[in-house]
Design a protein around this ligand. Sequence first.
Ligand code: ADP
Ligand code: AMP
Length: 243
Amino acid sequence: MATTTTIEDVPSVELMTELLRRAKCSSKPDKRIILVGPPGSGKGTQSPLIKDEYCLCHLATGDMLRAAVAAKTPLGIKAKEAMDKGELVSDDLVVGIIDEAMKKPSCQKGFILDGFPRTVVQAQKLDEMLAKQGAKVDKVLNFAIDDAILEERITGRLIHPSSGRSYHTKFAPPKTPGVDDVSGEPLIQRKDDTSEVLKSRLEAFHIQTEPVIDYYSKNGLVANLHAEKPPKEVTAEVQKALS
Ligand code: ADP
Ligand code: AMP
C-alpha cells in the first residue's frame, strides 16, 4: 500500500532547503521555454540546469509517457505501440497530459517543455491553452544537430527511469558503471534507443516536428543552438539565448 508523507515527517533540512529555494525563486521572472531537437540532441541533459537557474518545472512528454507505459495506465496502453515503433503518439493524448501537468505548483514560475510540441497541431493547442491564462511562449531553443552524430549518442545512452537523468557510456559515464550517481539505483537502456528505431524517430522529427520550428520562427522566438558541441559549450549558448 502507498504511504502518504505529511509535512511533519519532512526532515527540517529539506524544509529549509525548499524555503530558501522559494525565496530565491520569488524574484525570478516567469519563463515559458520550449526545447526542440531530434532524439539525442541534448534536451534532457540541458533541462535540469535551466530548470534550477530559472525555477521552472521540467515537463518531458517522453518521460511521462514511459511512466504511464510502465504503470500500464489506460494512457500508457494507448501510447505503447507507437512509442515502440518510434512513431508519434496522437496529439490528443499528449496535449491532455501537458494541459494537466502545467497546473502543478512547481510550474508557477513557468516551464521547460522538452519533447512537446512535436507537431504544428500540438503547438497551436499549446498557444490556445496559454492564451486562456493570458500567457505565451517566451523562447524556443532549437537543438540543431546533424543526424550522423545521433546514432552514437542514442545507442550509448543510459537513463535513470524515475528521475529521467541521462548518462552516456562514453560522453557522460556514471561514477559507477550502470548505477545512478544520485540514488545508487540501476540505469537502464531505453527500448527505443536502438539504431533501427532511431531511423523512424528521425523520420518523425524531420517530417512532423521541423515545421514546429518554422511555426515559432514567424514570431521571432527561435534561438538556434550548436547542439553538436560539448555539453558545457551548449549550456553557455543556452544561457546566452535566455539572458
Ligand atoms: P534528448 O533529451 O535530446 O533525447 P539527451 O540529453 O538524453 O538527449 O542526450 C542523449 C545522449 O547524448 C545522452 O546519453 C547524453 O549523455 C549525451 N549527450 C548529451 N549532450 C551531449 C553533448 N553535447 N555531447 C556529447 N554527448 C551528449
Ligand atoms: P522522447 O523521450 O522525447 O524521445 O519520446 C519518446 C517517444 O514518446 C516518442 O518517440 C513518441 O512515441 C512519444 N512522444 C513523446 N513526446 C511526444 C509528443 N509531444 N507527441 C507525440 N509523441 C510523443
